[in-house]
Design a protein around this ligand. Structure first.
Ligand code: SPV
Ligand code: MG
Length: 544
């Protein structure tokens, strides 16, 4: 969306760009938009200008194209569009919302909000859409010329474009009247003429263009004569074609289909793959820019540390003969490199890796290495204990063979819990697993609702949890706060005293912690994997 440094309000450049499009000898196209999001979509499609349609802006508000929205309400919608895109916008100004005086104020306000131009039509306020009824009353020619002059005298930059729209053909007044009006509007100072027709063929538009010659640029709206091939407009010397309402009309079809499907299924399962992802919505509205701005303007919170346990060998055949599993290549980068990268993207800076098997092969720039030289006869808890000094403040702890999307880590980091585990709620589904899984029993299952953020707490993690109790699968990823880090070190000391520390695993540690302290379960759905088999490796290369 808009860059962090907004353009000055009375920015002439968009008007200059629109003027260039309308004045150029090659055919230009303006695509309809009706709000900020559709304006953004028009820009991404590669158009060079936007038509802010009165019909679709009204309809998107649930209103008729009869000036039911006040002009200031329209202005607010237009401002969202201008903010969402850098394209020039030609505003459908209807009649100008009244007489010359209303036009003056409207045009001034448009310029102040970076709208590039306006089109006003020679009808009477309140207007009616051109495709409704017959014989609509038109404005007196002299009175309308006054509106045009008032508009031109009120523009806040020199390149602002005023298009005068001739409705004589729509009103059934014939070609001579259309030409008479166009000539008068041109003389009154209009920069271009929009000649409108509701016929199913372009006959009268082409006849008008022939008779008009090149007195001023011609703009057309082929909504009704849509079957006319575009080269015909080029040959006729048309300046600009407006595709006037097709984003709103396509949205209506898509929204209706989606609503009907969900109503019928009482489920989202059949629509999910057909609608834009939530991530895509975030992208379209420019969340990445906000993240950058947050890094720039929000006070930096002390960054979390991470301990990655990567001491075991792994059994990926020849691939793990000379290196541990965490150093196996995933699309040109070791698995551990991807994991470290995800950690860094989320602001985790101080990263410690516990290595053991083929430790000389474990090298990642800027990462502290701690060695578990007894990896062959000890388990993961011993590896964690090797790095216990690194678990002081907020710390992420991860297995070295997991990959996950960043939003999972961000969710853990945003949690206020002292110990939070990332749990895949889909892990509760039966799966033919060849390797043991870290299954989770908690005090509450994920409800399946997008809005479900009520807390859930761990009861235990084990490879064999009965389906009645099963809530998901632990992803091998957790976060502790400074207080949680203290609890964790205490528990390590207790297990050491009990003689368990050399052989125990992380699920055992977490289950013991859950008996003494709240251990929060954060539910996610997929978007991660641990690499235990060659099949997982193939999947990891896709997720990579
Ligand atoms: C609009 O898009 O609002 C227009 C074009 O004014 S038309 O609907 O054809 O009148
Ligand atoms: Mg309109």
């Amino acid at each position: 969306m808009r860059s962090p440094a907004p353009a000055p309000h009375s920015c002439p450049t968009r008007s200059t760009a629109l003027r260039r499009e309308i004045m150029s000898s090659s055919l230009s196209f303006l695509m309809e938009a009706h709000d900020g999001l559709s304006a953004r979509i028009v820009e991404e499609a590669g158009f060079r200008g936007i038509w802010a349609s009165g019909l679709t802006t009204s309809a998107a508000l649930g209103l008729r194209d009869s000036n039911e929205a006040s002009w200031t309400q329209v202005l607010d919608q237009l401002e969202y569009m201008a903010d969402a895109t850098s394209l020039p916008i030609l505003v459908d100004g209807d009649t100008g919302h009244g007489n010359f005086n209303n036009v003056r104020r409207f045009v001034r306000k448009l310029g102040e909000r970076s709208l590039a131009g306006v089109c006003i039509e020679d009808k009477l306020f309140p207007k009616t859409n051109s495709f409704i009824g017959e014989g609509q009353a038109l404005a007196d020619i002299e009175e309308f010329c006054g509106r045009i002059k008032a508009g031109k005298d009120s523009q806040v930059n020199d390149d602002f474009v005023l298009v005068a729209r001739v409705e004589a053909l729509i009103a059934g007044l014939g070609m001579a009247e259309a030409l008479r009006r166009a000539e008068a509007y041109h003389r009154a100072g209009a920069d271009a003429i929009l000649i409108h027709s509701k016929r199913a063929d372009a006959g009268e538009i082409l006849a008008f263009a022939r008779a008009w010659g090149n007195r001023a640029p011609l703009v057309i709206v082929p909504t009704m004569y849509y079957a006319t091939p575009t080269p015909v407009y080029r040959e006729a010397g048309i300046s600009t074609v407006i595709w006037a309402n097709h984003l709103l009309r396509s949205a209506i079809v898509a929204m209706r289909e989606t609503a009907a499907q969900i109503a019928e299924d009482e489920s989202l399962i059949r629509v999910e793959g057909r609608v834009a992802s939530v991530q895509e919505v975030f992208r379209l509205v420019g969340n990445a820019e906000l993240e950058q701005a947050e890094r720039r303007y929000l006070p930096a919170r002390p960054s979390a540390a991470a301990v990655v346990i990567a001491a075991s060998g792994g059994d990926l055949g020849v691939l793990t003969a000379d290196r541990p599993k965490c150093m196996v290549d995933i699309r040109g980068r070791p698995l551990l490199g991807s994991l470290v990268n995800t950690l860094r993207e989320s602001g985790v800076r101080d990263i410690t890796v516990v290595r053991g098997y083929r430790k000389e092969a474990v090298r990642i720039d800027g990462v502290r290495m701690v060695d578990n030289d007894r990896h062959a006869e000890t388990g993961e808890l011993w590896s964690l204990a090797c790095a216990r000094d690194a678990i002081r403040g907020e710390t992420v702890i991860a297995y070295g063979d997991v990959l996950f999307r960043r939003h999972i880590l961000d969710g853990l980091l945003a949690s206020e819990a002292d110990i939070a585990l990332a749990v895949d709620s889909l892990g509760a589904a039966p799966r033919t697993a060849t390797t043991p899984r870290d299954l989770v029993a908690a005090d509450r299952r994920f409800s399946g609702s997008y809005l479900d953020d009520a807390p859930a707490h761990l009861r235990r993690i084990a490879p064999d949890i009965a389906s009645a109790e099963l809530c998901g699968e632990w992803m091998g990823l957790l976060r502790v706060s400074a207080r949680g880090a203290g609890w964790l070190r205490e528990e390590l000391a207790a297990m050491d005293a009990e003689g368990l520390i050399e052989t125990a695993d992380l699920p055992m540690l977490l289950t013991r912690l859950a008996a003494r302290h709240p251990v929060r379960v954060l539910y996610f759905a997929g978007h991660w994997l641990d690499v235990d088999t060659l099949g997982d490796l193939a999947e990891a290369r896709n997720l990579g």
